[in-house]
Ligand binder design. Sequence first.
Ligand code: ADP
Length: 190
Amino acid sequence: MLNIVLFGPPGAGKGTQSENIISKYNLTHLSTGDLFRKHLGEGTELGKLARKYMDEGRLVPDEVVISMVDDKIANTPETNGFIFDGFPRTVAQAEALDRLMEKNNIKISGMIALDVAEDILKERIRERGKTSGRTDDQDESKIETRIRVYLDETLPVAEYYEKQGKFTKINGVGTIEGIFADITKVIDQY
Ligand code: ADP
């Protein structure tokens, strides 16, 4: 089984590259952002709870995210593996994911981090905001908040995987195909 954590700041291209990885390796996409947006669209209690955090660009509380991921893994019995996209976003989530993996007798193969400079990220998010309909992509202060939250709370997750010898950084600036080629070189060595 391949279980890959795709890591990087907002706007790094995780969603785009996830799609490529999924079709090549036949994996299950587990994007916590997408799952929350689905709940939001369906107006579930979980969606209502997540909304107030998402609208401000802040993180949804760990226990809420973790139980949603636990459910998704439990409800996906037959798979070649998972792409974790936008999760884990805190060290507590990374520790919880390790426990979930252990419970299901599976392992994280590795983390692939997409590296993109901050000014490029902001430009990409603004561009995406013109068509994505995401309110968190359309407001400068929300974009700033998300990048700050990434630097403060999410970046330590990279170190967590580095300590386990599971971390690889890739240049996230270039053509989509070129970046994907670099990603496949890493995955093919797992
Ligand atoms: P992006 O990485 O482009 O900001 P995502 O779609 O991954 O977008 O996430 C959108 C929002 O959903 C985040 O700003 C946050 O509020 C919430 N969210 C997504 N994943 C998590 C997570 N693992 N932990 C906490 N909050 C999350």
